[in-house]
Design a protein around this ligand. Structure first.
Ligand SMILES: Cc1cc2nc3c(=O)[nH]c(=O)nc-3n(C[C@H](O)[C@H](O)[C@H](O)COP(=O)(O)OP(=O)(O)OC[C@H]3O[C@@H](n4cnc5c(N)ncnc54)[C@H](O)[C@@H]3O)c2cc1C
Length: 380
């Protein structure tokens, strides 16, 4: 029996692979191969779910802005509930951190984002757990939102399958050979053929590249830790914003009656099923105790995930300059969820050799900024 043949095979059913599949499937025969039993098991299922148009560099921000229309109005039946929910972000600091926050305010304003100064009493009204000394200066970004990551991932995968894409789980790509103008892809679930191979393997994207005979880009997976805790002192937290300290080494936000918090760590890691380290959890608790009056009654969940960055901390999407029919979709770093709708549209346009949708151009999305060829050009 001959192996099934596809136009595009996507390795990885995280948010990157799922969004690409969603926008490609109406136009091409698409197969998604996922190593785990569940899509979204790695970074996608472990995020803090924040949508902020001021986060990341100019290339990231343009993709995030260009994603907004999809978040606000996905196609009919995509999700049963809204994909975004109002949250807001406050940045808080001690008196001696005023200069740092002023510099941050200038930077955030330069992105076009709405930023307001908060008086200490307003800051503590919004986040009553802050100790007065840590609420001396505050900034408010009112337009940041929470993303329903589960609904977004399910919507992409459901929509892709409804348009004819196949999703095979427990299907780790074990070999990728380009023969007679197409890929022969070997997995424990069987072999398939495809014209184009999309590498959306997250922390493993450099490994998949090596397997397919492409040069790795030097992607760096960085571990980040998060916990959810119960706190008896503050019960009415649902409307609190996400709170981020001025040096960005602590953030916390409400999570279904509890609090989610992270020490915003970035520890280099090999690609793996990342697990939280005791030391990082202890560091987080210490920082929370310094800055807040939370009484941490019980930690109900703890996890770690990998945020995988390209050397310039900009996402990567485009054909490999040397390996034919090998397409990179990697380096989503800390922005892969918020930017996914626009990134999926960009990938579909590049693979189909179509012009970018005007809505992406209007927000300044520039395929050159994410093109993997930027890493192979000789230095001037
Ligand atoms: C603690 C934390 C907080 C975060 N907060 C935010 C946030 O607030 N907002 C935001 O936008 N982003 C956030 N992120 C980042 C976001 O989660 C990532 O950018 C995004 O999930 C990356 O998606 P991905 O599809 O590239 O990777 P993944 O979700 O890791 O998917 C890659 C998939 O490829 C599969 N795979 C790998 N190798 C193979 C192979 N050989 N064969 C088959 N399958 C393979 C893996 O099993 C995996 O499922 C956060 C991340 C962390 C860890």
């Amino acid at each position: 029996m001959s192996a099934a043949a596809y136009d595009v095979a996507i390795v990885g059913a995280g948010i990157a692979g799922a969004s690409a599949a969603y926008f490609l499937a109406p136009h091409a025969r698409v197969a998604i191969l996922e190593r785990e039993a569940q899509p979204g098991y790695h970074s996608t299922g472990r995020s803090a779910a924040l949508y902020s148009q001021t986060y990341g560099n100019a290339s990231v921000r343009s993709l995030t802005r260009a994603s907004r229309a999809f978040y606000d109005e996905p196609s009919a039946g995509f999700a049963a509930q809204p994909l975004l929910a109002p949250r807001g972000v406050v940045f808080f600091g001690r008196a001696e951190q005023r200069a740092a926050l002023e510099a941050q305010a200038d930077e955030l304003r330069a992105t076009g984002g709405r930023i307001e100064w908060l008086a200490p009493q307003d800051l503590r009204l919004r986040v009553p757990a802050l100790r007065p000394a840590w609420a001396a200066v505050g900034l408010h970004e009112p337009d940041a939102e929470d993303i329903d990551v589960h609904a977004l991932l399910s919507g992409f995968l459901h929509g892709a399958r409804a348009a004819g894409a196949t999703l095979t789980t427990n299907a780790e790509l074990e070999a990728a050979d380009h023969e007679n103008g197409r890929w022969r892809l070997t997995t424990p679930a069987g072999e398939i053929h495809a014209d184009i191979l999309v590498n959306a393997a997250g922390a493993w994207a450099d490994d998949v590249a090596r397997m397919a005979g492409a040069a790795p880009l030097g992607l760096a997976p960085l571990r980040r830790t998060a916990v959810v805790f119960e706190c008896k002192r503050f019960t009415d937290t649902a409307r609190w914003p996400t709170a981020v300290d001025a040096t960005e080494d602590l953030y916390f936000r409400p999570e279904a009656g509890r609090m989610l918090a992270s020490p915003a760590d970035e520890t280099p890691s090999p690609p793996c099923d990342a697990q939280p380290e005791e030391l990082d959890v202890a560091t987080l608790i210490e920082r929370l105790q310094q800055a807040t009056t939370f009484d941490i009654a019980r930690i109900t969940a703890r996890w770690a995930g990998l945020r995988t960055f390209a050397p310039d901390r900009t996402l990567v999407a485009g054909f490999d300059p040397a390996r034919k029919a090998f397409f990179w979709l990697a380096g989503q770093g800390g922005y892969g969820i918020q930017s996914a709708p626009a990134m999926g549209q960009l990938v579909a346009a590049l693979i189909r050799n179509n012009p970018l949708p005007p809505a992406l151009i209007d927000e300044g999305v520039d395929p050159a900024s994410v093109d993997p060829r930027r890493f192979s050009q000789p230095a001037p």
